[in-house]
Design a protein around this ligand. Structure first.
Ligand SMILES: O=C(O)C[C@@H](Cc1ccccc1)C(=O)SCC(=O)c1ccccc1
Ligand SMILES: [Zn+2]
Length: 170
């Protein structure tokens, strides 16, 4: 089922997500709903925080044909390089706002997958950028927080406008 995505600056987006204790049937349903919602919203990632579920769960799919969804439960991300690189980021909770954010572009990901199996990978590039962006969501951080006050104000105005247009479209 499609889930409603919280929009910036909704304070619920600032909630700190709790660890997942057990991958229950309910969590498996949430995972498939989040993947469906991510594809519908044309995203490459989605954190549970964005659908108002405050548990440490991320879904991502960087494939061209939406054929390779990945699930990260209780993820831990460790930067492997000091140097930060700028990358043009977007966010499904801040629609139509894109701006450069500097992040380390090589990180280690430790997590569990949807079967409870261990994930321990070194990733670079967009995958590294995206997993850090999603981890931020689980910690109540949104990418606009890294931008100037002026850009944050512009982002708020932009989201308000986009939501009004979407309301009219019904
Ligand atoms: O809000 C989210 O977490 C999803 C977000 C993930 C993300 C994309 C790009 C860089 C960092 C994090 C999106 O999917 S934004 C929309 C999108 O598909 C996209 C935006 C910029 C570059 C590539 C893809
Ligand atoms: Zn986001």
């Amino acid at each position: 089922a499609l889930l409603p995505i919280l929009s910036y600056p909704d304070p619920r987006l600032r909630t700190i997500a709790k660890p997942v204790k057990e991958v229950t049937a309910e969590i498996k349903t949430l995972i498939s709903d989040m993947i469906e919602t991510m594809y519908d919203a044309q995203g490459i990632g989605l954190a549970a925080s964005q659908v108002d579920r405050h548990i440490q769960l991320i879904v991502m799919d960087l494939s061209e044909d939406k054929s390779a969804p990945r699930v990260f439960i209780n993820p831990k991300v460790t930067p492997l390089v000091e140097e930060k690189q700028p990358y043009e980021e977007g966010c499904l909770s801040v629609p139509d706002v894109y701006d450069k954010v500097e992040r380390p572009n090589k990180v280690r990901i430790e997590a569990l997958d949807e079967n409870g199996d261990v994930i321990d990978e070194v990733v670079e590039g967009l995958l590294a950028v995206c997993i850090q962006h999603e981890m931020d969501h689980l910690n109540g951080v949104i990418f606009v927080d890294y931008l100037s006050r002026l850009k944050q104000t512009r982002a708020r105005d932009k989201v308000r406008k986009v939501l009004k247009i979407r309301e009219k479209q019904g």
